[in-house]
Design a protein around this ligand. Structure first.
Ligand SMILES: [Zn+2]
Length: 58
């Protein structure tokens, strides 16, 4: 119980050609309205609803 708060967090690896990812939190309690994130020059994106991480594969 003394551990720091653990947020349900997951990582999804996407192709390096991907420019836009969609996150809706998945099914169940973590679901949230669908949002879209653009990579632009970034290599990873964190969903600000559910903290899911999208990482571009090399
Ligand atoms: Zn999300």
């Amino acid at each position: 119980m003394s551990d720091q708060n653990k947020i349900a967090e997951s990582i999804e690896y996407v192709s390096k050609n991907t420019d836009i990812v969609m996150c809706d939190g998945g099914s169940g309690n973590l679901g949230h309205p669908a949002v879209y994130f653009k990579f632009g020059k970034k290599k990873e994106i964190v969903c600000n609803y559910c903290n899911k991480k999208f990482i571009k594969k090399d």
